[in-house]
Design a protein around this ligand. Structure first.
Ligand code: BES
Ligand code: MN
Length: 444
């Protein structure tokens, strides 16, 4: 294996699943490895414990008059289940063809490790960096970065920042430089319904009291009309209308046409809010999604039971200028309004994050586009993203800087899913991109 990939394979073997406390020691191992690695490059590196998972900070020697660049990534990953659907063990990185298969290969270890390699190579080749660099790697992105916001607020004086570099978003097609200038926000909650105080016989009792599973299904179906619009009062109040230039630009983006979307997902047809293209639905329109729904017997065969409870887990993707707390209140009010008296409702708030949008044509945006063009040889495709990285809007609010989102995730990277993968080419291009970008930023 090439030296370039060795470090990536090491970090891909850490089972740094942030959501499950059982894996906390593995998250810690990954953080410790990063500290050792960044220190070995000669950067001043510190590990910051939090009530959750640690934050890694590394800086070169800063000097007056040079741009302050912050490089962000996350070393935590999503759970691996359903484990049976993986063709190779998720924490034993495996090369098949020209791709690396492992949990975190794309999201986000492959992408931030490419940037760390870029820094390593620049330091080896030039002896120093042309910018004041701060590397910030966190272990809680996949659970909404609960401890990074307080960390930024407490440490903003030691995190000088004119511009932020993040590779944690998508690339529309292989070898196609893509710049993200927007992210959707998110607001999560869990809704549960309580009926009888224990499961009941569906014959002896069924028909005389409400069934929580039936009622949760009614609540879930109250979320949309048959045009795919979200039916929560006030949900669209703060939604910024789409700009014409974006509609025109996105109409041309490769991979967003009907045939590609169907091929990518295997769905029988496209479906979404009437009047919008797939790109518009994903990048500039808010949604209500059911992430999980349950209640009653889930095992083999039949069981004649009237469940005592039922639940659903929901996430709402938000666009400028929707506010996650405001949306949560509207969601809660919606369920309160639609829950009949014959059942008891409980709504628990989950994590949230603000949407983000920047100007892809400002001074830094132009530099990023130039770097992408140097590496990928195409005029970069400008997109917003359907996914969320909540900390990016917090960076803007707390550190005052915009983020250049230089995504290396391919549409079929299977992030958060079985058989997550990252092409070796993307890793290599990522290294080149990191180097090119630091060099051009150094000339600003
Ligand atoms: N890297 C993703 C976000 C992403 C992926 C953006 C592809 C654009 C294109 C990130 O790690 C992620 O999955 N974020 C979560 C955030 C949530 C848990 C707060 C998401 O979007 O579900
Ligand atoms: Mn992710």
């Amino acid at each position: 294996m090439s030296d370039l990939l060795k470090d990536l394979f090491t970090v891909l073997s850490f089972q740094s699943i942030s959501t499950d406390p059982a894996y906390a020691p593995e998250v810690q191992k990954n953080a410790d490895w990063l500290v050792a690695k960044l220190s070995s490059l000669g950067l001043t590196t510190t590990l910051h414990d939090t009530p959750g998972h640690p934050i890694v900070i590394a800086q070169n020697k800063h000097a007056e008059g040079r741009p302050n660049v912050l490089l962000y990534g996350h070393y935590d990953v999503q759970p691996v289940d359903p484990i049976d659907l993986w063709d190779t063990p998720p924490f034993e990185p495996t090369i098949i063809g020209d791709k690396i298969f492992a949990r975190g290969a794309t999201d986000n270890k492959g992408q931030h490790m490419a940037h760390l390699k870029a820094i390593e190579q620049l330091l080896t080749e030039e002896g120093q960096l042309p910018v004041n660099l701060t590397v910030l790697l966190e272990g809680e992105e996949e659970i909404g970065s609960p401890n990074l916001v307080p960390f930024l607020e407490a440490n903003k004086d030691t995190l000088p920042c004119d511009i932020i570099i993040v590779s944690d978003t998508g690339m529309v097609a292989p070898s196609t430089g893509t710049m993200g200038y927007g992210l959707r926000g998110i607001s999560c909650c869990e809704v549960s319904l309580e009926g009888p105080n224990s499961d009941q016989h569906s014959g002896c009792i069924g028909g005389a009291i409400a069934n929580p599973a039936t009622e949760i299904a009614r609540l879930v179906s109250s979320l949309h009309d048959n045009q795919g619009r979200v039916m929560i009062d006030g949900f669209y109040d703060d939604v910024e209308p789409l700009a014409e230039w974006e509609r025109d630009m996105w109409a041309e983006v490769v991979g967003m046409d009907e045939a590609s979307m169907l091929a990518l997902t295997g769905a029988p047809a496209l479906h979404g809010e009437a009047g919008y293209s797939s790109a518009e639905r994903l990048w500039a329109r808010p949604t209500a999604e059911v992430n999980g729904i349950g209640g009653g017997y889930q095992g083999e065969g039949s069981k004649t039971v009237l469940p005592s409870t039922a639940f659903c887990k929901l996430s709402f993707r938000l666009v400028p200028d929707q506010d996650p707390d405001d949306i949560y209140e509207k969601v809660k009010a919606h369920f309160e309004k639609h829950t009949p008296a014959h059942i008891t409702l409980k709504v628990d708030k989950g994590h949230g994050g603000h949407p983000y949008r920047s100007d892809p044509h400002d001074r830094f945006g132009k530099v990023a586009q130039a770097a992408l063009k140097t590496v990928f040889k195409n005029d970069p495709v400008l997109i917003r993203e359907g996914g969320s990285i909540p900390i990016i809007s917090d960076f803007k609010r707390i550190l005052g800087a915009d983020t250049l989102m230089l995504g290396l995730a391919l549409p079929d990277a299977q992030i958060h899913a079985p058989n997550e993968n990252f092409p070796i080419e993307n890793f290599e291009k990522g290294v080149e991109l990191g180097k090119t970008l630091i060099k051009v930023l150094g000339k600003l």
